[in-house]
Design a protein around this ligand. Structure first.
Ligand SMILES: [Zn+2]
Length: 316
């Protein structure tokens, strides 16, 4: 693991053009509520959510309070899954929405995103706070929105675990800890879907987001089938830079050898502010985000309801 650069590090090597708006029609989740979450997490007061700081502690408390208000239960005794990085205390935030089917509820779908960021970055015009709006307050807001939906509607037949990871930016440490813990506890995992940098739309593509490790399983094909459109596609960049191994899906794949993937709408072409102090809320397209989340919800709903485990790894 130590030689792997986290997903969000690879973009440092590139520069990109800015995004354009796309039309969207939110069905259940509004752009305003997505923006509220991102605004809290990516504000200067959170100081860039570096692991081990007050800013990430406040962020974790905020996420816990959101989950509680939605009626999502803690997976463990509390929402926090604690781990240590040397002397530093760190914690993932983990909630659980039990499935409605008496048999299928024993199988678990994990929806994940890292909520930490890097703290500070190179000073630009007096600003040193790396707000991490796209990376990854955006993914966190998506997971919270889906948690809110499923806790309210209770339409998931399989159980859904929501996992917000710390210390991704330090090398996927939070997800590695939780994946190992859940494996040792014999979690009956079906799939893991991770969300990373979904704050701006692609241009010039016939899909809205890509899945890392596209050719390892039928995840993309099944999500598109479930949602009835070409929502999730293939990214050359993801393949070239092995993004499958560079975000929080990968420790889950390593432990469980099941379909565990990251969904993202950012590779090289559409975001200029990667690990930059200007990765701030004014750069994000909240209409696009709400639209993508509202399309993912029925896909996850269907994923939770199929009689058999349809999403499978391809044979090597
Ligand atoms: Zn990231």
């Amino acid at each position: 693991m130590k030689n792997l650069i986290p997903f969000c590090l690879f973009l440092l090597m590139f520069s990109c053009k800015t995004s354009v708006k796309t039309e969207s029609k939110p069905i259940t989740i509004t752009s305003a509520e997505v923006k509220d979450v991102v605004t809290y997490l990516a504000s200067d007061e959170r100081l860039g959510r570096n692991t081990g700081t007050q800013g990430i502690d406040e962020s974790a408390t905020y996420i816990e309070n959101q989950l509680k208000s939605y009626g999502v239960k803690p997976y463990y005794d509390t929402y926090r899954d604690h781990f240590k990085i040397g002397e530093t205390n760190a914690f993932n935030v983990v909630g659980f929405i039990e499935g409605t089917d008496k048999t299928l509820k024993n199988e678990v779908i994990i929806l994940g995103a890292h909520y930490d960021h890097i703290g500070k970055a190179k000073i630009v015009e007096g600003d040193s706070i790396a707000n991490g709006a796209n990376d990854n307050a955006a993914g966190t807001s998506a997971v919270l929105a889906m948690a809110k939906y499923f806790a309210a509607k209770k339409t998931n037949k399989r159980s859904i675990m929501v996992a917000l990871f710390s210390a991704e930016e330090m090398g996927l440490l939070g997800s590695k800890h939780l994946a190992e813990r859940l494996k040792s506890e014999n979690l009956n995992l079906y799939t893991m879907v991770n969300f990373e940098m979904i704050g701006v739309p692609f241009k010039d593509r016939d899909y809205e987001a890509f899945v890392s490790g596209y050719d390892l399983s039928n995840m993309a094909a099944k999500l598109n089938e479930y949602v009835g459109q070409n929502l999730i596609g293939y990214s050359e960049v993801s393949k070239k830079y092995s993004l499958f191994k560079r975000s929080d899906n990968y420790p889950f794949y390593e432990q469980f050898k099941l379909p565990c993937h990251t969904i993202s709408s950012c590779d090289l072409t559409n975001f200029d502010f990667y690990h930059h102090v200007d990765d701030e809320i004014d750069k994000l397209d909240f209409e696009f985000m709400a639209s993508l989340i509202n399309k993912m919800i029925p896909a996850i709903e269907k994923m939770s309801a199929t009689e058999t485990k349809e999403i499978i790894m391809y044979e090597e």
